[in-house]
Design a protein around this ligand. Structure first.
Ligand SMILES: Nc1ncnc2c1ncn2[C@@H]1O[C@H](COP(=O)(O)OP(=O)(O)OP(=O)(O)O)[C@@H](O)[C@H]1O
Ligand SMILES: Nc1ncnc2c1ncn2[C@@H]1O[C@H](COP(=O)(O)OP(=O)(O)OP(=O)(O)O)[C@@H](O)[C@H]1O
Length: 528
């Protein structure tokens, strides 16, 4: 079908938006249309205004933040602000970057029932609709669970379910798979594909790394750092021919469009066997549910280690045990040759940094600047040193323009960078990161990993949880696979990729360079 014949569903006309004034607006004079039944990909650097735009599209902004806007957004050919309050939010549903921000109730069942109540679903129909939805997303067993006990990926599926129960016309997905394990990412995409045809959805996808989505995408919109619409067109024409402009804006190019795939980390042979941290026979349960059983692990000084595994495998739990934020029920841990239990709290925090999966759990002050300066003040540095180091970190992490902003009002990517920056006021011996690159664009992902490599070269031991197998391949010396409560592999990443069966069981994938090689191999075999 040509563009002329397609039905416009949501259209944006000379639209500008900002939180304060329109002198230099965040979203700058945008014009584009979303067509019925199409899937449009929206890309742009971290902080360019993608999430804000989605909230303008569904009528929440500018009012909800007392922001300012000019121009017009039309839905089904009517200005969005002419609709009754609540009506547009229902027809244009958003699954947010951070699923926690979406929940109002304690259990999964109550959350979904609450959504149905809001659209006046008759009581007698509710249970069947909830069961059907949980079945569709593969979460039947979690109906009565408390949402706070779900893993990040499981929460993301519940957030999707509660939006889908509203039967929206437009579904906006704001980085919906960033928290999912590699196999769940693929399954989520297939789920969206099925739902799109079953529910006749028009989709706007916001995604930094859209590699696996490409086959579903009809059109691509690109926002620039200045909040202008840089490109609007077909996938090939933008990702292929406009590649350099996108790279210059720090945007990820799907790997299949790159000339050469990312390289694995070269093997460095060292004789360093001195441990920084050890776990011996560690077990941990939550409410009679065994999460980790008999875990043994050694982090060697100065190494970079990844912990991988499916959603809910216990990766964050493992990290929190290491940071003494949780207590094991059995086993011992040793940090720098001293039992972890014997460390004094302040000294432990000076020698060990911890970055949470949800950056907001870390924020304790009112500005981005204070957030970084805070622990230096506690540690008694003089004012000049604090100011110099804080500004250095703000510059390094591209947060200098946001220095006076409340940490909670930063974009998803900015929050993540701030949470990492707060741990780098001095160089600790061990840094624990729960998904450090989640929600970042290409440039900031690269920069974050380079910063981590620099710190590693200064002797810091680094361990991070990730779902990104390319990062494991490119940066890590060692990888641990957590599966069925235990460690089922540890060794060099290159060795892990040889274990097809384990990768399957732990719902992992190989890095792109190997998946590509296998695809090319299959194509080559078929042609002979
Ligand atoms: N409530 C708010 N008040 C003031 N500024 C805000 C608020 N929310 C977001 N911002 C700022 O608006 C800008 C755009 O944020 P937004 O979340 O829309 O970006 P994004 O493109 O989705 O980024 P990311 O890819 O990192 O998620 C950021 O600089 C952010 O700090
Ligand atoms: N506060 C809690 N109370 C009870 N159970 C919890 C709690 N937090 C997590 N769990 C459960 O513990 C298990 C491990 O969770 P954890 O967050 O460690 O997994 P993960 O491997 O980090 O998952 P993801 O990749 O989805 O973030 C999950 O089954 C989860 O449901």
């Amino acid at each position: 079908m040509t563009k002329m014949q397609r039905n416009s569903l949501l259209s944006v006309h000379d639209y500008s938006f900002d939180f304060e004034t329109l002198n230099d607006p965040l979203l700058n004079n945008l014009n584009f249309t979303l067509y019925e039944g199409e899937t449009t990909l929206l890309i742009g650097p971290s902080g360019s205004g993608k999430s804000s735009l989605s909230l303008c599209l569904n009528g929440l902004y500018p009012d909800a933040v007392e922001g300012v806007a000019s121009g017009e957004i039309r839905f089904q050919d009517q200005p969005v602000h002419d609709f009754e309050k609540g009506q547009v939010n229902q027809q244009i549903g958003i699954v947010f970057q951070d699923p926690d921000s979406q929940f109002c109730m304690i259990t999964v069942e109550d959350e979904l029932a609450f959504t149905l109540e809001n659209i006046q679903t008759p009581r007698e129909e509710m249970e069947a609709r909830i069961d059907e939805m949980l079945n569709t997303i593969g979460m039947d067993d979690y109906k009565y669970e408390a949402i706070h006990t779900l893993s990040g990926g499981q929460k993301q599926k519940i957030a999707l379910a509660s939006v889908l129960l509203l039967e929206p016309d437009v579904l906006i997905l704001d980085e919906p798979t960033a928290n999912l394990d590699p196999m769940s990412q693929l399954e989520f995409i297939q789920l969206i594909e099925r739902l799109q045809s079953a529910m006749d959805l028009t989709i706007l996808l916001i995604e930094h790394q859209a590699d696996d989505w490409l086959y579903l995408i009809d059109r691509v919109l690109v926002l620039s750092r200045q909040g202008e619409l840089m490109e609007d067109g077909e996938v090939e024409s933008i990702l292929q021919t406009k590649q350099q402009q996108l790279i210059d804006h720090g945007i990820f190019i799907p790997k299949q469009y790159l000339d050469s795939p990312p390289n694995p980390k070269p093997t460095i042979h060292t004789n360093n066997t001195e441990p920084c941290f050890t776990m011996e026979s560690i077990s941990f349960s939550r409410k009679n549910k065994q999460i980790l059983k008999n875990i043994n692990l050694t982090l060697k000084k100065g190494e970079m280690t990844a912990i991988v595994g499916e959603n809910g495998a216990g990766k964050s739990t493992l990290l929190q045990l290491m940071a003494r934020l949780l207590q094991p029920e059995a086993g011992t841990m040793t940090f720098l040759n001293k039992p972890l239990a014997k460390w004094k709290e302040q000294s432990l925090r000076q020698h060990m940094g911890f970055v949470f999966q949800n950056p907001e759990h870390q924020f304790i002050t009112d500005t981005t600047y204070d957030e970084i300066a805070f622990s230096m003040t506690l540690n008694g540095y003089d004012a000049e040193t604090i100011d110099t180091r804080t500004r250095e970190l703000l510059n390094h992490f591209h947060l200098i323009n946001e220095k006076s902003q409340n940490p909670f009002a930063l974009s998803g990517g900015q929050k993540r960078r701030l949470s990492v920056a707060t741990m780098l006021d001095e160089t600790p011996d061990l840094l624990l990161f729960d998904e450090p690159t989640f929600g970042q664009d290409a440039q900031t992902t690269h920069e974050l990993m380079e910063i981590m490599t620099e710190i590693q070269q200064q002797g810091t031991t680094i361990v991070f949880v990730t779902h990104d197998m390319d990062l494991v391949d490119q940066y890590c010396d060692t990888v641990y696979v957590l599966n069925e409560q235990s460690i089922q592999f540890h060794g060099r990443p290159a060795k892990l990729w040889e274990h097809d069966e384990l990768l399957d069981q732990a719902r992992l994938r190989k890095p792109f360079r190997l998946e590509m090689r296998e695809k090319v191999g299959v194509a080559h075999d078929l042609s002979h």
